[in-house]
Design a protein around this ligand. Structure first.
Ligand code: PHE
Length: 451
């Protein structure tokens, strides 16, 4: 809670912090493998539609709720309506599930960064390299612990501002480098089929069950990528100045977040076609896709080990700004609930991250045979947070705003700066009708179809 007093000194401060939290592994690692798996163009189309309707509405709601109540997620829901007070702690629980496995993937990025800067990039082009790495608990544990500790040190020393300033410079570099790599990939022989698969929706053989799976996946990705339904944007909203436009800021953050995801997909999806034939096994690679594909791209490039090294440095930075926002949320909850000092709570949280993260590490190595509802441990954490907990938070948030306090409650806040709320009609329809129905579909789907 202690950060609350300072708030953001400028409009750009809010946008940078929100974008820093939003842009991360979700865009570069998670989005491309989902797009590859769920039909390319169809997934992209559905995702974009969801961002401008659903993502927009939920982000406006969360930021407004935070700014209006001036409270972090724990207090904000209670302030809006006593009976919805329980929703704060439920939303706050989500980062406790995501942060540990996020740090495991962060560790994978560090491993590749290390591989590239130590001149071993050629080894990583081998198909077995990634599988060999994650199958060996020792190595993945080391990189996971380094990544998690790095995140914790940033939080303990309170240097988030410094990190934000650095990333202010590095994020545009990441965009430029990614665009360069995407253009390079698109000129390679064989890229055409992949570009077509990724950009053109192909509805052939698209059954209802495939459609449901794609929507569920795209919706989970939306929460994850835009850092929604877990209280982060509520807390950030509480720091936002009253004279700034919530609507415009939301549009800017979601545009930036979505653009980076689309560019990352433009690199990775066509590369799957170029280097791995684009058969369904290659497209269904899941969490390993980026790590298996990118080394091949860089290997085919003149000076590719340098571009690759630079790319992994930038991705590590993007990931750090996100994991810092996740850990920061955990820390503020532990501080608030248990009255610990900041350093003490960070250490408590780090221990939770270590223990739960180890489950994910082991789930891909020594305990490979262990599955929960058919998911490996890391995938289970991913599923339970994105496809169960976040939809529940989003559903109840929509009920609270749509029917209890009424959309006017939010609209008043969005118009405080004297501007009108341009998307008011869309906002009301989404909050009252479309979102709740969608959330119910998302929650029920896994009971009937295997995702
Ligand atoms: N949005 C971040 C990403 O795309 C991940 C994240 C999720 C960060 C939730 C904060 C909260 O990588």
């Amino acid at each position: 809670m202690e950060e609350k007093k300072d708030g953001f000194g400028s409009k750009i401060g809010f946008i940078l912090a929100a974008a820093g939290s939003a842009v991360g592994l979700g865009n570069i690692w998670r989005f491309p493998y989902l797009a590859a798996k769920y039909g390319g163009g169809i997934f992209l189309l559905i995702y974009i539609i969801l961002v401008v309707t659903f993502g927009f509405s939920l982000m406006v709601t969360e930021i407004s709720l935070g700014r209006k109540t001036g409270s972090s997620v724990i207090g904000a829901y209670k302030n809006a309506d006593r009976r919805f007070g329980f929703l704060g702690p439920v939303a706050a629980l989500v980062p406790f599930i995501i942060t540990p496995y996020y740090c495991v993937i962060g560790g994978w990025v560090l491993k590749y960064l290390f591989t590239f800067i130590s001149g071993q990039a050629h080894l990583a082009t081998d198909d077995g390299y990634f599988g060999g790495f994650i199958a060996e608990a020792g190595q993945s544990t080391v990189f996971f612990i380094i990544y998690a500790t790095l995140t914790a040190l940033i939080v303990i020393f309170g240097v988030e501002k410094g990190i934000e300033n650095v990333s202010k410079i590095l994020m545009p570099v990441l965009v430029a480098l990614s665009l360069g790599i995407a253009i390079y990939v698109m000129t390679l022989p064989g890229a055409g089929a992949g570009i077509k698969y990724y950009l053109l929706p192909n509805f052939e053989g698209f059954t209802l069950s495939k459609f449901l799976k794609t929507i569920v996946a795209a919706m989970g990705q939306l929460f994850y990528s835009m850092s929604l339904a877990m209280g982060i944007m509520v807390t950030y909203g509480s720091y936002m100045r009253k004279q700034d436009s919530i609507e415009a800021s939301t549009r800017q953050v979601s545009f930036f977040d979505t653009s980076i995801a689309i560019i990352a997909g433009l690199i990775i999806v066509p590369s799957v076609f170029i280097f791995s034939g684009g058969d369904s096994d290659a497209l269904n690679a899941g969490p390993g896709l980026m790590f298996v594909t990118l080394p091949k791209v860089f290997d085919s490039m003149k000076g590719g080990h340098i571009a690759g090294g630079a790319f992994f440095v930038l991705v590590a930075f993007a990931a750090l700004t996100s994991s810092v926002s996740l850990l920061e949320t955990m820390v503020s909850i532990v501080t608030e609930k248990f009255g610990l000092k900041r350093t003490g709570s960070t250490i408590v949280c780090l221990i939770i991250v270590f223990v739960m993260g180890m489950l994910s590490v082991l789930g891909y190595s020594s305990w490979e045979s262990v599955t929960i509802f058919g998911y490996q441990i890391l995938d289970f954490f991913d599923f339970i947070s994105n496809n169960v907990m976040m939809p529940i938070v989003a559903l109840l948030t929509c009920v609270l705003i749509g029917y209890v306090v009424k959309p006017k409650y939010i609209e008043e806040e969005t118009t405080l700066n004297g501007e009108e709320f341009k998307a008011k009609g869309l906002y009301e329809i989404m909050t009252r009708f479309v979102c709740p129905i969608f959330m119910i579909i998302i929650l029920l789907t896994p009971l009937f179809v295997k995702l």
